[in-house]
Design a protein around this ligand. Sequence first.
Ligand code: AMP
Length: 192
Amino acid sequence: MLNLILFGPPGSGKGTQAARVAEKYNLLHLSTGDMLREELRRESALGKEAKRFIDEGLLVPDEVIIGMISDKIDATSNVVKGYLFDGFPRTQPQAEALDNLLSLKNTQIAGVLALDVSEEEITRRILSRGESSGRSDDRDESIIRNRYQVYQNETAPVANHYKASNRFVLLPGEGSVEAIFNSLSEQIDRLL
Ligand code: AMP
């Protein structure tokens, strides 16, 4: 299996790039943000619990996220060539849980590809996405700033978990979608 993490702040282009990378390398794209929005849409119990966190730009509790990913891995590990995680893991406990879940399937994370984008560019991109995404957390500048703060405080340190084992690569996240995709592909080809 080839398992990769696309890492970076909200609005760094993970979703756009993940869809392309997953297609090119035949990986299952797992975006916890998309999975949560689907639960919200279905008005499931999980969706209702997650909504108050998402609306504030806060992280949904680890046990909810880990349970969701664990179910997904159990249901698909026999049929996929690998996973592309997008927006997950976002905390140290999530990173540790992911290691455990993958080791139960006799596999691991091959690399973490991080997109580097400035806070100003991120705020601009998310507000512009908010005009068409229908996401309320993309429309309010104070919630966007909150999401960025949460990223800095809780998610950015997760990079150390992977840097320690030399599995972390930082790439420029500003430029054309095509140029960023090419540099991601170059890094992934090195891991194959
Ligand atoms: P995203 O689409 O990745 O920007 O996620 C949107 C929102 O969903 C985030 O602001 C969080 O409230 C929640 N969320 C998504 N993924 C996670 C995660 N791995 N851990 C905790 N909360 C998450």
